[in-house]
Design a protein around this ligand. Sequence first.
Ligand code: SF4
Length: 284
Amino acid sequence: MQKITCKTLLYKSGVEYADYCINHIEGCSHGCRFPCYAMNMKKRCGVIKDYNDWIKPKIVENALELLDKEIPKLKHKIKVVHLCFTTDPFMYKQKEVSDLTLKIIERLNRDNIRCTVLTKGIYPKELADTEKYGRNNEYAITLVSLNKNFKKNFEPNAAPYESRIKSLKFLHDQGLKTWVSMEPYPTPNLSKQNLPEILEKIGFVDKVIFGKLNYNVQVSNFQDNSDFYNNCANIVIDFCGKYKIEHHIKYGTKRKDDRSTEKIFRKFPIKAERNPIQTPQLSI
Ligand code: SF4
């Protein structure tokens, strides 16, 4: 894998998940075609040339050195670090990426900085070692479908859906906090699918984030997209209410935004009392 060096690593984040972010890889072999917002951003800034350039990730080889310098200066300000905003920290079948991500989480946790992690890859089982990685991190997968054809077209090189769910469930079963990002959720003209069926698969998680697919002409072409997303958001809210899972519906997805749920990103530990017997049966 190609290497690059950076001048800084930890930066103040604009995402709701965390106050700081780390992107220790440039590019992402998952090659999503929603389109990928991060790829478009890097193209606009002239960092990458095209899609083929984007799907060849480059690792930040001085990431750990940078953390050693930056953590002492920032650790009193940081509440939580998100991995990652413009790449995937556990890129499927990219061991070098996963190994570096594990070292970064370990380094942050050593200074009691907790992490929230989001991937379309597979979580390594090592993360269950809470002596090494701490138990206050939150681990999430993106899951917007169970349709293999949809994955082939839109997330061609990401991990299979069932494997993502299984690795997340493993961390949940070790007592770690888990969540799911169901964003960007496709309209039926992109994938005919059953939202309750997808929710049943991830009913063990602590939080669900649901959001529409933006910047895709086919979504705009779907005549009833506003009704569709409003109904989907209601299904998610009902499901989460029933199983005492916290939820947040991304703004613009429902006809009327609920700003009160954004706080689920800010509080810790997750407060909802979960009764494992009440969670839906999983078939993975
Ligand atoms: S996983 Fe995320 S960063 Fe990677 S290509 Fe897909 S959308 Fe882009």
